[in-house]
Design a protein around this ligand. Sequence first.
Ligand SMILES: [Zn+2]
Length: 242
Amino acid sequence: MNKVKNIDVVNMVNNYINEEKRQDMKTELIFLGPPACGKGTQTTKLAEYLHFPHIDTGSLLRAEIAAETPAGIEAKKFIDKGNLVPVELVSRIIKNRLSQEDCKDGYILDGFPRSLEQAEQLTKINNEINGSTQVRFMAIYFDIDTSILEERIVNRRSCSKCGEIYNLAFKAPKTQGLCDKCGGELIQRKDDTREIAHSRFETYDRETAPLVDYYTKMGVLKSIDANGTIDEVWERLLEVIK
Ligand SMILES: [Zn+2]
């Protein structure tokens, strides 16, 4: 009896120590998942929950350009010519951002990496910033059948007056073609056709598959089932980052 109790106490102490260690540890989170998988909603929610900065690469780049920083001015030259901003330059901007004080305990990075080359850059950046700091890095993969997402996209409609979003498959308007709220005409976004959606998913599959491999080999890939309601996926996300 006493023996059992002692083991319990040892376990309790160990759990406590592990918990303490984990809370001290910097947490770096990146997200992989196809377009329209609900990643955006979940990452925003998670950033608020963890009090981590939510770094969206697209917004970051636009902010640098607007502020006319040296990197922003350089990036603008590429964009104005209709070219992609080179990975070295994007990496430099991201490194600057991740080096800031508010990222000390952790961050959520969104929209980067999108290719193997970018993933390798991110590993390099993190190593340079962290030195010997203990870090918990996780690549959270939103696992979902893209054919489901394709249906979601092609059935998406929005009100031309108030912007309310509908879905003909699971949130149809009461009167066909008209908004329940304001009676405005429902429209389909130009990009929401089957052809465009399909090609976006093909691009995604081609670019993301190597990333899933890369992070699996590093032992940091955490897969979550992204089918279901916002609340269901949120519960699964919390389980994974615990
Ligand atoms: Zn409306």
